[in-house]
Each structure stands twice: as structure tokens, then as C-alpha cells.
Design a protein. Structure first.
Length: 135
């Protein structure tokens, strides 16, 4: 199995330390591997290292700018950091890439509310309510 698969499986089992060790070792040899950077960001976020996770997901997106999962992780990390404008931008990107999912619309609405833009949040929620979701 590849180091990325081993690390991903370790994350799924909740063994974050093992996932992180696997992916850090891989990144020593393959520092530009966007998928590995994404898995590393997930591990860091799981350990509460949100600023490190943010940096890694930014690096991952530089190599894979159309990856909706990476954008979703960025949105989640930015929201947890209280960076609601940045999270809003990331949720909008997820919505653009995966327009049949309700999750990014709900994230956008949350961020809009926290940014003091309730009218826009309501419009976003109306959009979410009017479409059949697949989530």
C-alpha cells in the first residue's frame, strides 16, 4: 500500500499519530505531492493544529486547485479558526465544484450570519431549501 493509503486508513481508524508519521515520512521524499499535503492537513486538523492544517491545505490546493475535498477542508479549518470570510470563499468554491451538495450552502449561510449578513444568509438558505439535496 502507498503511504497515502496507509495514512488515510490510519486516520479513518482514529490513529492520527500513525497517520501523521506515515505522511511526514512520505513528504520528505515527495514534498510537492498535493494529495499527501491534504492528508497531512487532515491529520493536523484532527490534532487541533489548525494553523498548520491551514498551511498544508493551502499547499495542497496549489497543486490541485479543483479538488473539492481540499476546498471543503480549507473551509472547515478557516471556520474553526474564526476566519469566516476565508471560509465563505472556500465554501463557495466547493459549491462551484460540487453544486448538488447542500453542505457548502449551509457553511456559506453560517459564515454569512457570523459576518453580520443575515439577509444574504437567508438567500443562501432559500437556495439550499429549494434544491433536492443528495447529502
Amino acid at each position: 500500500l502507498s503511504p497515502i493509503v496507509r495514512a488515510t486508513r490510519a486516520l479513518e481508524r482514529g490513529d492520527v499519530a500513525r497517520a501523521r508519521a506515515e505522511i511526514e515520512l512520505h513528504l520528505e521524499d515527495e514534498p510537492d505531492d498535493a494529495q499527501a499535503r491534504y492528508v497531512y492537513a487532515r491529520a493536523l486538523a484532527a490534532q487541533g493544529e489548525l494553523r498548520g492544517a491551514r498551511a498544508q491545505v493551502h499547499r495542497a490546493l496549489a497543486g490541485a486547485p479543483k479538488n473539492a475535498l481540499m476546498w471543503a477542508l480549507r473551509a472547515d479549518v478557516e471556520e474553526q479558526l474564526g476566519e469566516h470570510q476565508d471560509a465563505l470563499v472556500a465554501y463557495a468554491q466547493v459549491h462551484e465544484l460540487v453544486d448538488d451538495s447542500l453542505d457548502p450552502l449551509l457553511g456559506m449561510a453560517r459564515c454569512l450570519l457570523l459576518l453580520g449578513r443575515p439577509d444574504q444568509a437567508l438567500v443562501t438558505l432559500d437556495e439550499a431549501r429549494s434544491r433536492p439535496g443528495k447529502d
